[in-house]
Design a protein around this ligand. Sequence first.
Ligand code: ADP
Ligand code: TRP
Length: 323
Amino acid sequence: MRILSGLQPSGRLHIGNYFGMMDAALRLQHEGDAYYFIADYHSLTSIQDGKLLRSHVRDLAIDFLACGLDPEKCVFFRQSDVPEHTELAWILSTVTPMGLLERCHSYKDKVARGLVASHGLFAYPVLMAADILIYDSDVVPVGKDQKQHVEVTRDLAIKMNETFGEGLLKVPQPRIREETAVIPGLDGQKMSKSYDNTLQLFEEPADLKKKIMKKLVTDSTALELPKPIEGSTILPLYKLVASEADYNAMIEDHLRGGIGYGDFKKRLLESITTYFAPMRERRAEILAKPGYVERVLAEGAEKARAVARQTLTRVRSAVGLGD
Ligand code: ADP
Ligand code: TRP
């Protein structure tokens, strides 16, 4: 089974990214042949500052490795080191109906949030399809908001196969963990860097504390009264990082009353800190090894490129490019 996923280097990793996508992807690396990459071509649709993009790529690579990506087990690379993706994207774009892209929510949402309505942003799902199809991927672990893009990918693979020959491209499946489909942020809506409501994975401890104690929104139920479970901002986050027993205890404490939100927030802070402590340590170790990240990415690019070239050769031959 070939597994593939990518993350855009468009800011520091947050808990939504981790539980929405990365955690599942990291578990899957032990179950098959995994390809994970940093989608820097995609990030050009939102970051147009070369220095900043390069520093985000490096940070994300370090974070991925700190979170447990094992470069011995999977192929880890930077998208732009495999320019074959863009050639396949062009070929796919010639069978992509405009209507298919016009229906994509992500484009409309991003424009509504102020991103420039560029051709790149509009064509983004076609590049994503190329990323997936060029590795003959079977399974694509992503967050719920990317499901539609994997459906576009499936449509394009089917269309290519109908047009140029059955079996040309493998039709992939999305893998979405429903229980962690949408992680809420500090204000209760979806955690996202564009809403400025994130808890970053490797946040400075003092900032993490400040965000949880001061910015995490709660209602004004009096201390002695029972607290509502429904709509809680604390409980869904706590569930991700606490043991089952601690989570159940917090539910009971909500129902009983007599405990304030400040206390629940302290428990949340402690559990988040403990949960991510080993990754924080690993991050420091990686930072102490000069050249390590660059070496991993260079080796990954070489392996990825060998596979991507084979698929592209097959596709070029089927569509009539080259000899
Ligand atoms: P952001 O919304 O902060 O810009 P991205 O769109 O870059 O995050 O998301 C990267 C990956 O993380 C995607 O697979 C996405 O589905 C997942 N993801 C992001 N935010 C969340 C969230 N709040 N809950 C679940 N998954 C998320
Ligand atoms: N669009 C994805 C996101 O914003 C990133 C991505 C690019 C991706 N190419 C991909 C994810 C291929 C999975 C497979 O999160």
